[in-house]
Design a protein around this ligand. Structure first.
Ligand code: BG6
Length: 484
């Protein structure tokens, strides 16, 4: 008997994400023998394409090494392209014929993974047609992987969830938030729940503030058409940064099982009141003639795909609250932006001052735990130590776990690699459940509506700089002390 067959279908095979992430990821998993043996990949899109053209579109991103060329050809042989429309069920029958044919050839039921990297406008009909024409039969399963945006606010997200739950069971739906697949985001639970050290101090008595930062040193990079309908709050904050926040703030789950973990994350979200405009700074980048970056010549509003009067934020700082016994009064400061001075994503947990200080005033700095998500993954604890030698003074230093040196040569998988594999395995630990989504939207929807209704003008910041100075003022107001 042959190995059971699997089909991984990429809807939106001609798109940006397919080229940059989906195809390269599938190749890396195939190359490393992590996928089931009998796996077939089907690209599906409206365009008149061939596998050769798709290959050309992603080969560079796949980074095939010289000694992998044969295996890459073998991978391509497992690939097929189907041209089809999104609105006609007949096109989906072509896909089902492919599956049926495989089922006949292998004499085994085919497991199906449908990856929807599609614009929201075609989402409902594609899922409807999949349900009508492409489901599994026999002893096999169908899983649907969905890319954001999962709606644009509470109502649209609820509508989408209702639609999806009318077609599929929750355990068939895999909502991807690729941040959950990142090595250091995965490490958050281990750091918190695998060390006796942090447990007793992980609360309002000891922690002064939590800062979650996401910075990019490029602008909308050709995606302004999409970005202007979204803005940085929907693009990054409501999903990626909220996921990081819930992992930092949640109680210890009763087990490492997906439902137990997600139950705890939902409790955090339920304790969060909606963000208020007074606790928010929104910004938009403008051109910076002094910068050498190719994107710096034009500001956000100069992009041909952005209306001249757009108030879409490319930067946002928001101070969030978790109103429960553990966190009452601790500001969770989120900041994210495009067109800044560096690419960096990190978490800073700043501890309170030492009580009964016996050192010279101002000598002691706050202890800070920093978790660098990307680039250069690291965990480091900034703490006070005696200046070495005859000196009696104290100074700030670090306990430093930089992955580059501690895990030198260990390949850290791309976030998508881990997540795709989990879909094959049927693990939903790192996927977003519908109630998580509902509450994450509840926290941000009033703010988004107010920003849009009142056309709140974002403050301007220069491309390639640190972002709006107003943001620094806001974090100071909430007691954050800059340490660098
Ligand atoms: C995506 C956003 O979800 O995440 C992009 O749409 C952003 O705007 C990207 O650039 C960042 O992810 P990463 O993993 O490249 O840091």
């Amino acid at each position: 008997q042959q190995d059971p067959p699997y089909v991984f279908v990429i809807f939106g095979a001609s798109g940006d994400l397919a080229r940059k992430k989906i195809y390269p990821t599938l190749w890396w998993l195939y190359r490393d023998d992590l996928l089931p043996k009998n796996v077939h990949f089907v690209g599906y899109a409206r365009s008149d394409l061939t596998m050769e053209k798709i290959r050309d579109s992603f080969e560079k991103n796949a980074k095939v090494r010289d000694n992998e060329k044969d295996k890459f050809e073998a991978f391509l042989k497992q690939n097929t392209y189907i041209q089809g429309s999104y609105d006609k069920v007949e096109s989906f029958k072509k896909l089902q014929e492919f599956n049926d044919d495989l089922q006949k050839r292998t004499k085994q039921p085919v497991n199906r993974l449908y990856y929807l990297a599609l614009p929201p406008s075609v989402f409902a009909e594609v899922t409807q047609h999949l349900k009508e024409a492409c489901m599994d039969y026999g002893d096999s399963w169908t899983r649907i992987i969905i890319e954001k945006p999962f709606g644009t606010d509470s109502d649209s997200s609820a509508e989408l969830s209702k639609h999806l739950s009318s077609l599929f069971k929750e355990d068939q739906i895999y909502r991807i938030d690729h941040y959950l697949g990142k090595e250091m985001v995965q490490n958050l639970m281990t750091l918190r729940f695998g060390n006796r050290l942090f447990g007793p101090s992980w609360n309002r008595d000891h922690i002064a503030s939590v800062v979650i930062t996401f910075k990019e040193d490029f602008g909308t990079a050709g995606r302004a058409g999409y970005f202007d309908t979204s803005g940085i709050i929907r693009d990054v904050m409501q999903n990626h940064l909220m996921q990081v926040l819930t992992l930092l703030a949640m109680e210890k789950p009763v087990s490492l099982n997906a439902e137990d973990i997600r139950d705890e994350k939902v409790k955090v979200l339920k304790s969060m009141p909606p963000v208020e405009l007074k606790d928010v700074i929104v910004g938009q980048y403008v051109a910076n003639p002094d910068s050498a970056h190719p994107e710096a010549k034009a500001g956000y509003l100069d992009d041909k795909d952005v209306p001249n009067d757009s108030v879409t934020p490319t930067y946002c700082m928001a101070v969030l609250k978790v109103n429960n016994e553990r966190w009452d009064g601790v500001p969770f400061i989120m900041k994210c932006g495009k067109g800044l001075d560096e690419k960096k994503s990190e978490v800073r947990i700043q501890f309170r001052e030492v009580p009964g200080d016996i050192y010279a005033p101002g000598e002691l700095k706050r202890t800070e735990l920093v978790i660098r998500v990307a680039p250069n993954e690291a965990v480091y604890l900034k703490l006070m130590t005696k200046k070495p030698g005859m000196d009696f003074g104290v100074e700030e230093s670090e306990l430093d776990l930089s992955y580059n040196s501690r895990y030198h040569g260990v390949r850290l998988p791309d976030a998508y690699e881990r997540l795709f594999l989990e879909v094959f395995m049927g693990s939903q630990i790192n996927f977003v459940r519908s109630d998580e989504l509902e509450h994450a939207w509840r926290v941000f929807t009033p703010l988004l509506q107010q920003l849009e209704k009142e056309k709140v003008k974002p403050v301007q910041y220069k491309f390639g700089g640190r972002g709006p100075v107003e943001a620094d003022e806001l974090s100071r107001k909430f007691g954050y002390i800059f340490t660098g």
